[in-house]
Design a protein around this ligand. Structure first.
Ligand code: AMP
Length: 214
């Protein structure tokens, strides 16, 4: 299946994407993770995008679209993929249509208040990018990654003033994509204000219903 998962900051879309992609045996492609990895390794791409991501702004469409196009051209994407964080605006959605045909856009919905509340507890492993939440999905011990024991960090763009900026961008630029996919009959809305397992269950049910209709 060719999927994208959308949702405001703190909706848990990254966590859901990891689980869903694993269950479906398709690659999970997070543009945010790709950028963070490149910034960490100080690559040419990392140098170009650092200023944008650190300030909670969107990386220019040309850069982002090219990266996704290149990633989707690899063999492991032939039988499907799950995009996470792309497309982020209508221009990217239209560009994506030119090189891949999505089956479904999964929207994980939460309110702004819930978003801010949740993000303040979010921690990320700087080594493997695994995402935790100190209340909803805590690591097994202290603030260390379960998989590699690295000290977890608060992402730069998860700091309060950056969160507000990112929510504003989500409403202005990303929400219009929802209407775009509704028009194409490729949209499912999932209530993200539920326990993680229940959100996963709802997404899997929606995917099963979609498959049954094929
Ligand atoms: P995320 O982890 O998806 O919240 O992404 C973190 C940051 O990476 C965003 O705040 C943007 O600066 C950048 N980014 C990720 N995906 C995109 C995209 N599709 N278009 C532009 N910028 C992006």
């Amino acid at each position: 299946m060719k999927l994208t998962i959308l949702g405001p900051q703190g909706s848990g879309k990254g966590t859901q994407a990891q689980v869903i992609a694993k269950n479906l045996k398709i690659p999970h492609i997070s543009t945010g993770d790709i950028f963070r990895e490149n910034i960490k390794n100080d690559t040419e791409l990392g140098k170009k995008v650092r200023e944008y991501t650190n300030n909670g702004r969107l990386v220019p469409d040309e850069i982002t679209t090219e990266i996704v196009k290149d990633r989707l051209s690899r063999d492991d994407c032939k039988s499907g993929f799950l995009l996470d964080g792309f497309p982020r605006n209508l221009k990217q959605a239209r560009a994506l249509d030119k090189f891949a045909e999505l089956d479904l856009a999964i929207e994980v919905y939460i309110s702004d208040d819930e978003s801010v509340k949740r993000i303040s507890g979010r921690r990320t492993c700087p080594k493997c990018s695994k995402v935790y939440h100190m209340v909803f999905n805590p690591p097994k011990s202290g603030e260390f990654c379960d998989d590699d024991n690295e000290s977890l960090v608060v992402r730069d763009d998860d700091k309060p003033e950056k969160i507000r900026k990112r929510l504003e961008i989500y409403h202005d630029q990303t929400e219009p994509i929802i209407a775009y996919y509704i028009e194409q009959d490729k949209h499912v809305k999932i209530n993200g204000e539920q326990p993680i397992e229940k959100v996963t269950e709802d997404i899997e049910k929606a995917l099963d219903e979609f498959k049954a209709e094929l």
